[in-house]
Design a protein. Structure first.
Lengths: 291, 372
């Protein structure tokens, strides 16, 4: 995907090439050229559905939360965190004397290369070709590896049930008018649209008022390979709970280890067969010598 | 042996057995409670701590300490080192029971245990957990086949026994391959958490470190078992076998120490060891208990031929492995503080007690000693 943007051959593309090479050795049934589950049949990144949240404009009215609960049929009670029954929350960050530092809307970041989807053993989480990272509760075995894998702590478990499932924001992927939260936002703090266009708007705002936004950049443009939720902040990202991530997509950390599995399979298997033949001759030779 | 009489059974049983039966019963009850009522009232795992001791102990420790099975199968069947044949069957049995316990623990841990078979049809090849799942399922079957001659001999099913013997070498090789794969992939599971795991443990070398430490504890476990069961059942311990295994333990632990130290040096993180934080202290503790002390014992001329000291070294290597896996699963991970609920512990303890009981039953009723 990086090459689509005309960038240098990244580590990721290198891994992809390496993966294709190793795929000659792949086990039967393994799909050879799919180093990333998410990169199959994807629309260009700029076309992906996305959200832009400008924390400097947010007044913390939390109308977006209500709209989310309404559309997703979740219990209508305000919560102070994401949970198995709450997909988005606006948190208020204060300084020690209680003055407002910033608001921050939490929800699934819809990563370009989602760690949750790569982690899920049964593929219950996957990235749609137009961006949203969605969940199929009928496949899920409830192992919670996605919760472990997500760097943003987004997927939540419905602990109230004896047989819980994962719950999270799916960017209202089936809703004609786009994300319900963005539509409800009275001050257009939250915009729904195509990732490319939203990035342009965000960069336009930064250019119009240099110094207003933290590091004059958009959170989510490159973090962990990019996210579909883009965030502008007037305060340091970490101060509003945004982890500092490098540009490497998180699934790449795992993929190389999976790519060498066929090598291990045939290497160890073949090696053991060879040892068996050699030592068998020797031990038979010994037996003959003894008898 | 101290025994107590059980009126219901009208016979006397060793105290140890009675305790194990009680613990096993409690564990089953705790597991049933989870399946009926859910996690909320019996487990302290949470959104911030999605994986608790069932993963860190039952899965990570359970699989590692069962590594003795593939090590001995390789030693005897593939490398043809006949000296170790007498302890092969007990090691295969421990391995098989270990994997069965791991699977039961996972059925307690996952939210939708009735769908565990989904892994067979919805395969995500990008998931290390998928690889682990498939390997654990297949390898459990392999261990069942590898151990089956003990049962078949007892049942005198010679026809089936002949078939098993015919396929035994490919099956053993498959078992070694699968073990290499999933012992290392359990480490790959944690490659996905670079931003949550403490840098003392997080490294791209995790798969290698998991594999080497599993081999080390595999030797440790087989030593522990051979010496311990010879004491319990009043048999003569086989000193030459135990000495040979202790050399395997020593070499693997030295390799493990070298790999871990080299990794920290290359990453420039060796200074973190002496940070004085909870994490760095736990790292020192696991290295001391699990690697440096047993290596020290096994390098000392006075102790390395002494059965009691070899036993102690094996015990330390097992304790160290347990510490290491708990560190990786719990201590090294960012999140709210987690202490397992008493009922989470009950499941873990109950399952291991059940395993020991079944081992004892098999030891009395199956030809584990007979060389095949």
């Amino acid at each position: 995907m990086a090459t689509q943007n005309g960038k240098r051959l990244s580590r990721r593309d290198f891994l992809k090439l390496a993966g294709t090479g190793a795929s000659g050795l792949m086990l039967a049934g393994a799909a050879p050229d799919t180093v990333h589950a998410s990169s199959e049949g994807q629309l260009p990144l700029a076309e992906h559905k996305a959200l832009l949240y400008d924390a400097t404009r947010c007044l913390g009215c939390r109308v977006c939360e209500d709209a989310c609960r309404h559309y997703n049929n979740l219990p209508h009670e305000q919560a102070d965190d994401l949970s198995g029954s709450n997909f988005t929350v606006v948190k208020r960050y204060e300084s020690e004397d209680g003055t407002l530092v910033s608001y921050r809307k939490y929800q699934c970041m819809h990563c370009v290369d989602p760690a949750c989807a790569s982690a899920c053993p049964v593929g219950a989480l996957h990235k749609l070709e137009d961006g949203p990272v969605v969940y199929d509760g009928d496949k899920c075995i409830g192992c919670r590896y996605c919760m472990q894998a997500c760097a943003f702590g987004v997927p939540r478990y419905d602990w109230s049930l004896a047989y819980p499932l994962i719950r999270k924001c799916e960017l209202c992927y089936q809703r004609e008018a786009g994300a319900a939260c963005a539509e409800a936002c009275p001050r257009q703090v939250l915009l729904f649209g195509k990732r490319g266009e939203l990035l342009e708007i965000a960069k336009g705002r930064i250019a119009a008022e240099p110094g207003k936004y933290f590091e004059d950049r958009v959170y989510g443009e490159y973090e962990a390979g990019g996210t579909s939720v883009l965030i502008l902040s007037g305060v340091p990202f970490e101060a509003i709970g945004l982890p500092s991530l490098d540009e490497e997509p998180i699934p790449d950390r795992t993929q190389w280890a999976l790519n060498i599995v066929p090598l291990i399979f045939f290497g160890v298997g073949g090696g053991m067969a060879a040892v068996y033949r050699r030592t068998k001759k020797r031990s038979e030779g010994q037996e003959e010598a003894e008898s | 042996m101290t025994t107590i009489s059980i009126p219901l059974l009208k016979r006397r049983l060793p105290v140890g057995t009675v305790v194990l039966v009680i613990l096993f019963g409690l564990g089953i009850m705790a597991a049933l409670f989870r399946w009926v009522d859910g996690f909320q009232r019996m487990a302290n795992i949470s959104d911030s701590r999605p994986w608790g001791i069932w993963i860190s102990f039952d899965l990570l420790v359970g699989v590692a300490i069962s590594a003795g099975a593939f090590l001995l199968a390789a030693t005897v069947h593939i490398f043809h080192i006949e000296k170790y044949r007498p302890i092969l069957r007990p090691a295969l049995l421990t391995g098989f029971l270990g994997y069965v316990l791991v699977i039961i623990a996972l059925l307690v841990d996952i939210g939708q245990p009735q769908r565990i078979w989904h892994m067979l049809i919805y395969q995500n090849l990008h998931s290390p957990l998928f690889e682990v799942g498939m390997c654990v399922m297949t390898y459990t079957l392999v261990l069942f086949i590898e151990f089956s001659p003990s049962v078949l001999e007892r049942l005198k099913w010679h026809g089936v026994l002949k078939i098993i013997e015919k396929i035994s070498i490919p099956v053993v090789i498959l078992g070694i391959t699968l073990s290499t794969m999933h012992q290392s992939s359990l480490g790959s599971l944690f490659l996905i958490v670079p931003y949550k795991m403490h840098p003392l443990w997080y490294t791209a070398w995790l798969p290698l470190i998991f594999l080497v430490s599993a081999i080390a504890v595999g030797f440790g476990m087989v030593i522990f078992e051979s010496v311990f069961s010879s004491w319990i059942y009043g048999e003569q311990p086989r000193l030459d076998i135990v000495r040979g295994l202790s050399r395997g333990l020593l070499i693997t632990l030295i390799v493990l120490f070298a790999v871990k130290t080299l990794e920290l040096l290359i990453a420039g993180e060796i200074g973190l060891v002496f940070q004085g934080s909870l994490q760095s202290n736990m790292f020192i503790l696991e290295t001391l208990v699990g690697i440096l002390l047993p290596v020290g014992i096994l390098l000392t001329r006075k102790y390395r031929e002494d059965l009691t000291w070899i036993f102690r070294a094996s015990l330390l290597s097992i304790l160290g492995l347990i510490l290491n896996r708990l560190d990786i699963g719990l201590v090294s991970m960012a999140g709210e503080p987690y202490m397992p609920h008493i009922l989470e512990v009950a499941v873990t303890v109950g399952l291991f007690s059940g395993g020991i009981l079944v081992f004892g039953l098999a030891k009395r009723n199956l030809p584990l000693e007979v060389a095949d």
